[in-house]
Design a protein around this ligand. Structure first.
Ligand SMILES: C[S@@+](CC[C@H](N)C(=O)[O-])C[C@H]1O[C@@H](n2cnc3c(N)ncnc32)[C@H](O)[C@@H]1O
Ligand SMILES: [Zn+2]
Ligand SMILES: [Zn+2]
Length: 424
C-alpha cells in the first residue's frame, strides 16, 4: 500500500516537472528548436549552455562576480616567492643545465613559480620536441597568456592550470606534450600574436586561433572606478588585448560621461549603444554606472556570446536566446558546439546580401537579453538602419574599433542613430 502511494506521488511529481520544463523552454523561446531537434548549440537550455561553455577541462575556468576579489590575488607572490635571475635574450642552454628543468624548477614552497620559470620549462619542452624556433631564448619563445590576469606591480607567480600559450610553430602533438608535462599550462593555441582574431570590419576575413590542446578559457580582471569587471574569453575566438589597455578605455569613457555633467536622473535614463562591443567591458561598465539601457552589438558572433556570458558573470541576469535564422548555417552542419566553433560555417555574406535586399530582421540576430540590455550580432550598419526604422532613440553610441580601421564610416552610421557619438 505505502509503496503504491509513493509510486503515485512520484509519478504526479514527474508529470508536474515535465510540464514546468516545457513551459520554461517555451518562455525562453527555445521550445520550437528543441522540438525540431535544432536546439541551442545542441544544448537544451541556457543554463546547460553556460555549463558546457564553461570549459572543456574540469577546472571551472570562468570567473563570476563572487570570485573576482579572490582572483585579484591569484598571481601575487607569497613572501617567500623569489624572482629568478633569467635573462630573456640569452639562450637557455647558456644559463641552465637543461636536465634540471622540470616541474620543480624555480618552485616556491607555496607551490607557485614565476612566469619566467614556467616559460623556461616551456622552452625546455620545445627543445625536447625538436621544434626549431631559432634562438632558444625566452624572447623568442611562445606568447604567455596568464589566467586570471590583472594589472599589478608584482611580477606574476602562477600556480597549476593558469597559463595558455600561443605560438604558430607548434602542432597538435606538441600542444598535448606541453599540457601534459607542464603543470601550469592548461591550454596551447596555434597562431600569431600579431594577428587580430575576429573580423576587423565588414570587408575583412575572419581569423581564429587553433586550440591544439587543453582548455583556452581565460579571464582578464579589469579594475575600474567602480567594482572590478571579469572579462572571460574563449581565447582562440578573441583578439589579444591586455587589461591595462581596456582599463584605460574604461577611464576615458568615465571621463567622457563625467564631462557631460549629467544629473543623476539623466544618467538613470541614458540609453546607450555599444556598437562594437567585443567582449562587453565598456557596456558592462556603463550598466554598473547606472544607465537605463545598453544595446550591445558586434559583427563577430563569438564576441556577442562572450559579451552575454560576461554580463551573466558580472551579475546581470541574462537570458540566452535562440532562433533559427541566426544559427541556421551552423545547426544544419550539426556540429555547432561553441567548443568546436568553425568560422567557415558562419557566413557573413548572407547577412550583407540580406541587408541590401532589406530582409534583415534584427530580432533574428538577438543573442541575449536582460532587464537593462539586449545583445545583437549584426554589422553596425545593419543594426543602425533598423534602429532608425524603428525610431529608437539612442543617447550615446560608443565605438571602439580595431586599430587601423577607418572609423569615419562607423562614425557616420553612429551619428545617424545617436545624439552623441564617443569614439575611442
Ligand atoms: C577593439 S574591439 C572592441 C573591444 C570592446 N570594446 C571590448 O570591450 O572588448 C573591436 C570590435 O569591433 C567589431 N567590429 C568590426 N566591424 C564591425 C562592424 N561593422 N559592426 C559591428 N562590430 C564590428 C569587432 O568584431 C571587434 O569585436
Ligand atoms: Zn577550463
Ligand atoms: Zn611563494
Amino acid at each position: 500500500m505505502i509503496i503504491s502511494i509513493t509510486i503515485i506521488i512520484y509519478i504526479i511529481l514527474l508529470i508536474k516537472l515535465m510540464i514546468f520544463n516545457i513551459k520554461f523552454r517555451d518562455f525562453m523561446g527555445i521550445y520550437k528548436d528543441v522540438k525540431n531537434k535544432r536546439d541551442f548549440m545542441g544544448i537544451e537550455n541556457p543554463k546547460e549552455y553556460l555549463m558546457a561553455v564553461e570549459c572543456s577541462c574540469e577546472n571551472n575556468c570562468m570567473i563570476t562576480s563572487k570570485e573576482i576579489e579572490k582572483s585579484l590575488k591569484a598571481n601575487d607572490p607569497c613572501p617567500q616567492c623569489k624572482e629568478p635571475n633569467i635573462k630573456k635574450f640569452k639562450p637557455l642552454s647558456d644559463q641552465f643545465s637543461l636536465n634540471d628543468i622540470d616541474n620543480d624548477f624555480g618552485k616556491c614552497s607555496c607551490k607557485k613559480r614565476s612566469l619566467d620559470s614556467v616559460m623556461v620549462h616551456v622552452l625546455k619542452a620545445i627543445l625536447d620536441l625538436n621544434i626549431d624556433i631559432g634562438k632558444n631564448t625566452l624572447r623568442n619563445g611562445p606568447t604567455p597568456l596568464i589566467t586570471p590576469f590583472y594589472t599589478t606591480k608584482n611580477f606574476p607567480f602562477i600556480g597549476e592550470n593558469s597559463l595558455v600559450i600561443l605560438d604558430d610553430r607548434l602542432e597538435k602533438e606538441h600542444g598535448k606534450y606541453i599540457v601534459e608535462n607542464i603543470n601550469e599550462v592548461k591550454g596551447v593555441l596555434k597562431g600569431s600574436s600579431h594577428d587580430t582574431v575576429g573580423i576587423k570590419d565588414s570587408n575583412s576575413p575572419a581569423i581564429v586561433y587553433e586550440l591544439l590542446s587543453g582548455c583556452d578559457i581565460r579571464c582578464d580582471i579589469l579594475k575600474s572606478p567602480l567594482e572590478p569587471i571579469a572579462i572571460n574569453k574563449i581565447q582562440r575566438l578573441s583578439y589579444l588585448e591586455f587589461p591595462k589597455s581596456m582599463e584605460n578605455k574604461i577611464m576615458k569613457l568615465c571621463s567622457y560621461i563625467k564631462s557631460k555633467h549629467y544629473t543623476g536622473e539623466k544618467v538613470a535614463n541614458l540609453k546607450i549603444l555599444d556598437g562594437t562591443c567585443g567582449n562587453g567591458s565598456l557596456g558592462i561598465f556603463l550598466l554598473k554606472y547606472g544607465v537605463k539601457k545598453v544595446i550591445f552589438n558586434d559583427i563577430w558572433y563569438p564576441a556577442t556570446v562572450t559579451s552575454s556570458i560576461n554580463l551573466q558573470s558580472n551579475g546581470f541576469k541574462t537570458d540566452f536566446l535562440s532562433n533559427e535564422n541566426n544559427y541556421k548555417n551552423n545547426s544544419e552542419n550539426n556540429n555547432f558546439y561553441f567548443h568546436n566553433y568553425n568560422v567557415h560555417n558562419f557566413n557573413k555574406k548572407n547577412e550583407i546580401d540580406d541587408i541590401k535586399t532589406n530582409k534583415i530582421n534584427p530580432l533574428n540576430y538577438k543573442i541575449a537579453e536582460g532587464e537593462k540590455f539586449e545583445v545583437y550580432n549584426l554589422a553596425i550598419e545593419n543594426l543602425a538602419s533598423n534602429l532608425k526604422y524603428n525610431h529608437e532613440k539612442i543617447d550615446i553610441c560608443i565605438l571602439d574599433c580595431f586599430p587601423n580601421v577607418n572609423t569615419s564610416k562607423f562614425e557616420k552610421i553612429a551619428k545617424s542613430v545617436a545624439n552623441d557619438v564617443w569614439i575611442i
